[in-house]
Design a protein around this ligand. Sequence first.
Ligand SMILES: *[C@@H]1O[C@H](CO)[C@@H](O)[C@H](O)[C@H]1NC(C)=O
Ligand SMILES: *[C@@H]1O[C@H](CO)[C@@H](O)[C@H](O)[C@H]1NC(C)=O
Ligand SMILES: *[C@@H]1O[C@H](CO)[C@@H](O)[C@H](O)[C@H]1NC(C)=O
Ligand SMILES: *[C@@H]1O[C@H](CO)[C@@H](O)[C@H](O)[C@H]1NC(C)=O
Length: 552
Amino acid sequence: MWQLLVLLLPLANTESELNGILDTIYADQPFETLLVLRHSQSQAEEPDERWARAWPVLSFDEQMDCYLSGSYNNEMLGLVWQSGGNNEMNMELWQALDRNLQNMRHVRLLLVMSTEEGQQHQQIADTAEPLRFLQVAVLTSQGTVYRLQPFAQQNWVEIDPRREPIFARIRNYQRKAIITLPDQFAPRSLVYEDTHTQERGMTGYVAKLVMEFARIYNLTIQWQRPIVPGEHMSLILLRNLTLNGTISLPISLCGYEVPSESGVFSVPYDLEKWFIMVPCADEISTADVYGFVCGKKFLGIVAGFYCIFSLLDTCFGYLLLQRGISWSTLAFNERIISGMIGQSFKMSAHNTISSRVTHSQLFLLGLVLSTLFAAHLKTLLTKRPPDQQISNFQQLRDAPVDIYFDEAEHFYLDGFRGARTVELIRSKIRYVSTADFQYLRSTLNKSQAFSALTAEWLIIAKRQQYFQRPAFCSLPGLIFASKIILSLPMQANSIFERPINRLILYVHSSGLLEYWKQQTLYEMVALGLIPQEDPYPYAAFREFKVADLTWE
Ligand SMILES: *[C@@H]1O[C@H](CO)[C@@H](O)[C@H](O)[C@H]1NC(C)=O
Ligand SMILES: *[C@@H]1O[C@H](CO)[C@@H](O)[C@H](O)[C@H]1NC(C)=O
Ligand SMILES: *[C@@H]1O[C@H](CO)[C@@H](O)[C@H](O)[C@H]1NC(C)=O
Ligand SMILES: *[C@@H]1O[C@H](CO)[C@@H](O)[C@H](O)[C@H]1NC(C)=O
């Protein structure tokens, strides 16, 4: 009897302790489900399951294989029954956690020890950190609680559950390195060398986010390879480098994808339009102005009035002056022509009122026509109207421009669904390497069109502010997608996922994103990175040439 009591006492102790601790953890940060993991061979002690009534319980053993994050709610507390000193069984439990808690590393783990062994703690720390479980606490058989301090010198701290929270949010990553590379696409990230101080600096609205992230969480930024200012890295390459583990977090953005075993993506950092920037319509040439002025309508009016007046003139000659009908005057009446274009003309049938009235009308018509014509011609010669602007995908397909896309965009454009617009021009698209694409786009050649995102357009628009007239335009009819979700890629189970998501939400709610974009622009202007010379200088006046008279 006594032996049994002695045996049961520590167990009962742990049980009531455990209930209290679960309540404290819940009060600190609520969880929806309890994930209980126990080794199938350690059924020796059957714990009192009073807590099972308070929360839904998922009871797992080491063989369970379920992608919880895709099928169940994410707010869980893991309760792991450590099996004595059996290392092999404990390792199997860790493997089960690794498998089932894919992309759910924020789940807090409470390890319940049945026996007390000193060196086991160090082993737990050495296992949990590489598996990226950072929120781990241990409840010993004596009822003491220890919390894991990831990356720190001193791994474990003893906690008094009545005074402080058992799981604390990690704010200090102890200068752990973020292995990264910048894409160097302004305004996302930009590495430059200051011409005065020769110092290397980095700016850009994604660079600012990552630097701020490193500062807040006591992380360091470590380049995966030496970086060269001006070396562009495509977003798809950086995405692939991240997903295959070469870098841990790129200073770049890529399209959002659903989290999977290959990687996770942060909450949207930026929403952008994806469109095609096209050359703006030029002014029509001087020679074309005549075509404009002598339009069909104008010629129709002139011809109509000519017919009326020459018919009247012929009739007057026949009826009033008893002259014979002259068919040649009917067809070609030079008096009426000179009258209509406002020149002097001789009145013939001057003896009748009706002929005088007709001639005065001819005079008025000539005055109005010649004045209007001269005024129109002068206006159009001084301020020529623009040519036809490419403003939708159909016109873009038929226009004599080459459409350029970055090779990296191939991946996203291929998977692009729902847009018939893309199909119209797909055969005309030319994919070029990232470096060539950047070069071509910066030359602003007006026989080419380019894909662009809103943030990149900011820079081009800024550059064009210094031009007399913009070379490229962005038009509402040429938008592929009005909201592209851009986020930061990370490896599956990344330790940065939750903290960077939290920071991104703060950045959005405080309006820092817009501020950082604008600040990047100003910094670029200050550094002289936005060229200001106009590739298409506008001549307000030039001499009249023979070509201006030839109208094809
Ligand atoms: C950052 O981590 C280092 C290394 O662990 C530590 O010495 C330093 O105090 C930490 N800084 C802050 C601000 O917490
Ligand atoms: C990146 O990976 C995708 C598949 O995930 C592949 O289609 C693409 O070609 C890769 N791109 C590069 C530059 O490695
Ligand atoms: C990761 O992907 C990049 C680009 O796709 C490739 O060059 C590199 O070799 C890959 N690294 C590993 C470790 O697979
Ligand atoms: C502009 O591009 C066209 C073809 O895309 C090319 O023929 C022309 O030489 C280019 N002009 C300049 C100034 O580079």
